[in-house]
Design a protein around this ligand. Sequence first.
Ligand code: DC
Length: 229
Amino acid sequence: MSAQQIPVITLDGPGGAGKGTISQIIAGQLGWHLLDSGALYRLTALAAERQGVAFDNEAALADVARNLDVAFLPGKENEPVSVILAGEEVSQAIRTEATGSNASKVAALNAVRDALLQRQRDFQQSPGVVADGRDMGTVVFTDAPLKIYLTANADERARRRVKQLQDSGIDAKFQAILSEIKTRDERDMNRDVAPLKPADDAITLDTTEMSIPEVVTQIIDLAKARALV
Ligand code: DC
């Protein structure tokens, strides 16, 4: 099978819509690879911070992105992937709101996005990949045979983010998270390069009132209907 024929399911949408959890479950059920592209922007932000690179120095940030020394180690059954940056386990460190906010800033820079493009496309490996992000269907995998745009209203997304952070032992306040989500939506949707929007051929699922298993079942059914699995 040539690389282009290896199936890709893209899941794009704003933060807190459930993409991360749902991508992980679908990749696990299908036995496919998982691309968490947001982690690459978060890792770039964290590495830049640690190397003392300013968040307005586009060329230096692109160098950081290009030279990221990162490994994604698959977790055991139902365990999340471990993210290793330069030999250090950073799975928790990249999930803080501060790193998410810095990630959104570096992600608005064209040179950084270019530097990460091929690294993302390299995840297209047999038997398939589930790609989670903002521009998976519009830029990175434009030929993907199944594109999903997952969304939910901002209050619900903030509630989910608070729970997710609290479950992993990070203190989180609803109002602060809601305002952070709105700021980040604004930046991600209105930037010049690869703004967050549904691909023309994406199917939009509003998950505000849906459970995780319902969303997973719908997407797997769509994949079956398109003979991807
Ligand atoms: O999905 P996330 O919260 O881990 O993403 C962190 C930031 O990275 C988010 O604010 C937008 C950016 N991002 C992006 O611009 N393009 C992607 N494909 C994935 C994430």
